[in-house]
Design a protein around this ligand. Sequence first.
Ligand SMILES: [Zn+2]
Length: 249
Amino acid sequence: MNDEQLLRYSRHILLPQIGIEGQEAILAARVLVVGAGGLGSPAALYLAAAGVGTLVLADGDTVDLTNLQRQILHSQEGVGRLKVESGRDSLARINPLCQVEAISQRLEGSLLEDQVAAADLVLDCSDNFATRHAINRACVRHRKPLVSGAAVRFDGQVSVFDLRQPAAPCYHCLFPEGEDVEEVRCAVMGVFAPITGIIGTVQAAEALKLLAGCGETLNGRLLLLDALSMDWRSIRLQKDAGCLVCSGM
Ligand SMILES: [Zn+2]
C-alpha cells in the first residue's frame, strides 16, 4: 500500500480483525455484484469505498425515475443512462482507486459462468428467482462464496452461502426451484426505501468479512428483517442432502 492508501484505509487498518493483511486481501479482491439497483447500490458503494480492488457490476437496465427513491447509486442526471455506467461514475467519484468493470447486460449463460469463475466472491443483488438460481448454480459449480440479499415492501432477508465449504447449504436448499413461490419484485411492488439500503449494506459487510477472513459470517443462517416492527430474526439453515444443485458436490 502506498501512503495515500494507508491514509484512505486507516480506519480499517486500525481494526485488529482487519489490519494491513485484511485490507490487502480486500484490495486484491475481485467481486462480482449482480444488479445495480436497490441492493446493489449500497453494496457497491461500500465495497468501493472500502477498497475492493475490482468490482464487476452487471445490470442490463437503464435508470428510471421510479428507481431514484431507493437506488442511491444513481442520481437525477442518470435517468435514461445504463445503470452500470451511472454506477461506475458514482463509484469513481468516491474511490478512483477501485477498478469498476461494467457489464451492461443480463448476466446469463457462459458470461455468468466466466464472471463467477473469475470472481473471489459474488453478491446476488438481483430481483428475480431465475437469476438467483442461475447465480447459485454457478457459485456451487465454481465453489465461490455467495452473499444473497432480497428486499420488498418492509421485509428483507440476507444470507451467506460459503460454497467453498462442503457442508454449506446453497440457495436452492433453502428455496427449491419450481416450487410454487410467489414472485414479488420491487419493479412492480412497493418497497420501503431504506430496507434495500439496510440489506445491501449487510451484504457489503458480509463480503468484506469474507475477504478479510474475520468474524463469523451468515453462512448457514438466514437473517430476516421486518422493518415495520424493526424486528430481526435469524434462522439456521441446513444443507439439503437431496438438493438437486449442491448434493454430491
Ligand atoms: Zn443445495
